[in-house]
Design a protein around this ligand. Sequence first.
Ligand SMILES: Cc1cc2nc3c(=O)[nH]c(=O)nc-3n(C[C@H](O)[C@H](O)[C@H](O)COP(=O)(O)OP(=O)(O)OC[C@H]3O[C@@H](n4cnc5c(N)ncnc54)[C@H](O)[C@@H]3O)c2cc1C
Ligand code: SF4
Length: 338
Amino acid sequence: MRLPRFQYLEPKDLCEALHLLELHGEECRILAGGTDLLVRMKQRLLRPSWILSLKNLHELDYIRNEDGALCIGGRTPLARVLSSPVVAEKIPALREAVQSIGAPTIQHYRGTLGGNLCQDTRCLHHNQSAFWRSTKQPCHKAGGRICYAREGSDRCRSTHQSDAAPALMALEARVVLSRKEGTRILSLEDFYTTRGETPLAIERGEILTEIQIPLPSSGSGNAYRRIAYRSAVDFPIASAGVSVQVRKGRIQRAKIVVGSIASAPLPLAQAGACLQGRPLDDEDALERAAQVSMDHASAFAVDNVGSTVEYRIRMVSVLVKRALKEALHRAQSREDEP
Ligand SMILES: Cc1cc2nc3c(=O)[nH]c(=O)nc-3n(C[C@H](O)[C@H](O)[C@H](O)COP(=O)(O)OP(=O)(O)OC[C@H]3O[C@@H](n4cnc5c(N)ncnc54)[C@H](O)[C@@H]3O)c2cc1C
Ligand code: SF4
């Protein structure tokens, strides 16, 4: 499949990029690694007149500690995240998520963390070639009034399948969005709208310039688990990001986020509450948290990412439990750290 025609912009720095983005408005799309954007363009899901490349914006390629947070530039390649000793030591959930993205070629060649968070939602009925789609009426996502994934649905229920997003949401990460007039900071929970048609709260003229992750303190642990059809070159069909805080053999706090089930990662406060104050080895509490996660997720999932809803929902409970066990193990081993 060939790319549609477009004009290519290659600004030399962030200032020029923001100026060009404002100038070309709705007609312009940002290109980071292109591993998601170019596929969508080939499928004619997107036909931007202008493409603005972040290639020369080296100022958005960094990982550094700042005021108790790990700050990662929006154009930082996935490979750099994978090789970061701080990420490996303090934020293994992010490392596990990045390690699962697509295939080593995506992780080590072009993919970026900002691009991963900003990818659009997906649906088997929509992410197809233009020829395939031309045989059917447009659905909500394509500006129509029907949904093929759930009969009678008045909105799009396409699925957000980013690996990094649930892991980072469990860690209460924030994103910095920059535009010509200034910047704003959003929690990841606010960054994802939960609407399949327009899944991101990013506005035209804005670039995601930084991801801020509060650095976990002693006695905390985090983990990410996912399942896909194949172990490589496949998006997850269900995933779980978890962070926990433990003290003196008890769980003080647990944050559970389920991914690849709805149009945004699902933060499950009720499931986390099942664990508060419980001993680390309380299997019943873990089972309850996993069950509550599964019940909550079942309200959102539709058949649109290649496996049955029943299977994906059952896997939510398995993945939540696996992630919790690993996070608790990590937290316990860090309890005596200064
Ligand atoms: C075969 C295959 C398998 C894949 N498997 C997975 C998977 O398992 N898990 C997964 O999470 N992803 C997967 N992906 C999707 C994609 O490769 C990754 O999410 C990758 O990290 C996207 O990063 P990128 O830099 O290439 O993004 P791009 O394709 O360049 O951009 C993606 C979107 O984000 C926007 N964007 C990019 N950077 C910014 C920014 N800084 N500010 C604002 N908007 C921005 C772009 O305009 C575009 O809409 C897969 C893709 C393919 C082709
Ligand atoms: S969930 Fe429904 S409206 Fe959304 S892309 Fe799929 S078929 Fe279209």
